[in-house]
Design a protein around this ligand. Structure first.
Ligand code: SAM
Length: 235
């Protein structure tokens, strides 16, 4: 196939964070569009595309074959970073389109494979704060964050580097910055405001339902704290 891969705005933004001449792993590649796009655009790029399920694994293999990139993209079946060997000299990881808990688990389980990794680009569909916390506790500096809207979804993309400088401020609690993202809460872009307005209304609705029920004290306290934070960042 001679045409070029077309990416969504979300995947395009992720691809742009990879370094020139990158050798990276795309964990949970699903269809393989991202590594194919990167290798078409950058003649020196190489990738490993991994999948834990056979269907997406075969689909990714098919895409790589269709775009004649089998010599530069190695498609592997396996769980998370376990597909990597000591001989794989990769320096960057993309892990996108999964929940923040799963992304954190995959990075945590594969921690011994992170020694030679300089950059991780993560796009958690939820619980981004868990991924930020993992970076903070494991020597990765959060160097960039993007929030964008596409097809009625709001996505957060986090970029962490081993050799970078931290984006966290000293005059704000770390918990609050992990929750909103230190860069995103400073920029307060339209999608950011939209996301947190939606979350605010969600918390208000839940609080109304559980406020007078016994046994929910911890939940209520935590929701009220988050509501206070949201009101602070939205003003
Ligand atoms: N990364 C692509 C994107 O952002 O468009 C695909 C996202 S898709 C929703 C998530 C993919 O991750 C699925 O294809 C799933 O099979 C794969 N996946 C889930 N857990 C995984 C794991 N532990 N290791 C590798 N792949 C995994």
């Amino acid at each position: 196939m001679s045409t070029y891969v077309k990416l969504s705005k979300r995947l395009h933004t992720i691809a742009n964070f990879l370094s020139e001449g990158t050798f990276f792993i795309d964990v949970g590649s699903d269809h393989g569009y991202l590594p194919c796009y990167v290798c078409q655009k950058d003649p020196n790029a190489k990738a490993i595309a991994s999948e834990v399920r056979e269907g997406p694994f075969l689909r990714t293999k098919d895409t790589v074959h269709q775009y004649n990139l089998t010599d530069r993209i190695d498609v592997r079946l396996g769980d998370g970073l376990s597909v990597l060997t000591d001989q794989d000299n990769i320096s960057e990881i993309v892990i996108a389109g999964m929940g923040g808990t799963l992304i954190t688990e995959i990075l945590q389980v594969g921690k011994d494979k992170l020694i030679h990794i300089d950059k991780i680009i993560a796009q958690p569909n939820n619980h981004a704060e868990r991924v930020r916390k993992f970076f903070l506790e494991n020597g990765f500096h959060l160097v960039d964050e993007v929030i964008l809207e596409e097809n009625d979804h709001i996505y957060e993309i986090l970029v962490a580097k081993k050799n970078g400088s931290s984006s966290y401020r000293e005059d704000e609690t770390i918990e609050k910055q992990l929750y909103f993202g230190p860069i995103l809460m400073k920029e307060k872009s339209i999608p950011f405001q939209k996301k947190w307005q939606f979350e605010k209304e969600k918390y208000e609705k839940i609080l109304k339902q559980i406020e007078h029920k016994q046994g929910n004290e911890d939940k209520i306290r935590s929701f009220k704290q988050k509501l206070r934070w949201i009101e602070e960042v939205l003003t």
